[in-house]
Design a protein. Sequence first.
Lengths: 114, 112
Amino acid sequence: DAGVTQSPTHLIKTRGQQVTLRCSPISGHKSVSWYQQVLGQGPQFIFQYYEKEERGRGNFPDRFSARQFPNYSSELNVNALLLGDSALYLCASSHTTGSSYEQYFGPGTRLTVT
Amino acid sequence: QQQVKQSPQSLIVQKGGISIINCAYENTAFDYFPWYQQFPGKGPALLIAIRPDVSEKKEGRFTISFNKSAKQFSLHIMDSQPGDSATYFCAASIANDYKLSFGAGTTVTVRA
């Protein structure tokens, strides 16, 4: 069975630009969470979506938004990019909502903002 | 502020030795404690997880010890192998919440 997939693998953007990252969860999983991992740190929670609805939001500015599609895939959008947005963006899927269940991470998208 | 404090930041162990990573938390509402293993350039992989009603859980060479009264939990890697060289993250979450709170990570290097 395929795991969580993310695209693109790497991305280089300029300050002020907008970026869209994509995630496909494990087959049968209905919940997708997004995390930001800055080099040398643990992942930080951004959003959780379940059945196309936002169920949780972390401490990130409104420049960050996301959505989930009927097939449970998800997109993370970041507007007005800042240098500090450079990070590994991780998508995690689980079979249900909440966080006290197994969450499986994808390989991530490495975003570099110059 | 960091809700889960992880130590040490890094450790070096000889092949066949035991690696021990410790985590401490303050929020007694946490009810799920997973450990993740991450190799460079990869996403975190779920290794093993425990809930507070259990004091120890073992899966192969990996063991979680949980001390509810001390609000601490630890990962023991027995018979460490060079392939275990990675960064390990502890995490915690609250039932009906939506996020995993991660520790800062421990980089383990196993010398052959």
